[in-house]
Design a protein around this ligand. Structure first.
Ligand code: UTP
Length: 339
């Protein structure tokens, strides 16, 4: 269907981007504990012969659309208390990667405490809980609280394209995706790929009764992961790649709705009872996170939009192995990016 109606979708999407109806929102408040670098993940240099920062590569992708459509797509970047200063100064230092400074706005997400396996709250100092970013689910509420909704409306924005910092092949404000979502009359679109194995670490798109929903990989049971549909394909075979298009008016309607809090095992920096700071080597407790994927259900309708994984999905979660700096470099090379 996407192939068949590509030209039509592209025309609709280009028109929306050209008339300023689409803004981009980069979710970059995470700590990137698996990659294990200090500072913002987007500031990580994946270059080999010259520096190439994750932020930079993503901006190159966005600038292609900007060039094609002849308009700047306003960009909003979510940070957290843990990386805000570093992120904003990094962007300034690099001249906003070719973007006008006025079109890049930063806002901070909320933080939450974390606990050890006995439920005891980790401390940052002897009398202060260790706070971590509370997941990416509160991105719209935080954007609104920062007063940026007025900004969006003044600009005439109607659609927000949110995306994760860790995919260096991320297509942002992709006209075909934008057009397909608008033409389908739904409240949101989600880019998906066919999973390469039942346990691939991506959230899967499915239906909960009539309602669209996404189940995170760590909450998928063995049975569900391996379940087959009538055609012998994985029943939960479509993974979301954290690239969504949301209708702004619907987001405003649902902003106060409660979304679930997920419990995730992570490495949590803290002070021990001896008052000495600890940087754990492996998971040592649980964090509480809300997830952007949980907005899909309250949005009420979603268009799953399948993309070619080799062209659009190069996640960097780890240093080596699966979904790593190494695998992402390979994929970038395949797509003609010079490292
Ligand atoms: P992940 O959960 O994969 O990344 O977030 P993380 O938390 O940075 O990394 P690990 O799990 O500790 O290794 C996916 C996307 O959501 C953003 C991240 O920055 C990334 O773009 N995110 C995550 C936030 O913006 N805020 C959060 O609290 C968590």
């Amino acid at each position: 269907e996407i192939q068949r109606r590509k030209a039509e979708f592209e025309t609709v999407g280009m028109e929306a981007v050209k008339s300023g109806k689409v803004a981009a929102v980069l979710l970059a408040g995470g700590m990137g504990t698996r990659l294990g670098v200090d500072g913002p993940k987007g500031a990580y240099d994946i270059g080999l012969t010259k520096p190439l920062y994750i932020f930079e590569q993503q901006m190159k992708n966005l600038l292609e659309v900007v060039k094609e459509c002849g308009v700047i797509v306003p960009l909003y970047i979510m940070t957290s208390d843990k990386n805000h200063e570093q992120t904003t100064s990094f962007w300034k230092e690099h001249d906003y990667f070719g973007y006008p400074e006025t079109e890049v706005k930063f806002f901070k997400q909320d933080m939450a405490p974390a606990v050890d396996y006995n439920g005891k709250i980790y401390l940052e100092r002897k009398d202060t809980p260790a706070l971590s970013p509370n997941g990416n689910g509160g991105w719209f509420a935080s954007l609104k609280r920062a007063g940026l909704c007025e900004d969006l409306k003044e600009k005439g924005v109607e659609w927000l394209n949110i995306y994760a910092v860790d995919n260096v092949l991320q297509r942002i404000a992709d006209p075909v995706f934008v057009g397909a979502t608008i033409a389908s009359g739904v409240n949101c679109g989600a880019k998906v790929i066919t999973k390469n194995n039942p346990y691939e670490k991506v959230g899967v798109l499915c239906l909960d009764g009539e309602q669209p929903d996404i189940i995170e990989y760590y909450e998928l049971t063995d049975e569900m992961a391996n379940e087959k549909d009538a055609d012998g394909n994985l029943a939960y075979g479509f993974g979301a790649i954290m690239n969504y298009l949301f209708r702004l008016s619907k987001l405003e309607e649902i902003v106060d709705k409660r979304i679930p809090v997920h419990i995730v095992e992570k490495k949590i920096e803290c002070v021990g009872e001896d008052g000495v700071a600890r940087k754990p080597e492996k998971e040592n407790g649980k964090k509480f996170e809300t997830l952007a994927v949980d907005l899909i259900k309250p949005m009420g309708s979603v268009l799953p939009f399948e993309v070619v994984r080799e062209k659009e999905f190069a996640p960097i979660k780890n240093k080596t192995g699966v979904d790593s700096v190494e695998s992402a470099r390979e994929l970038l090379k395949q797509n003609g990016v010079q490292l």
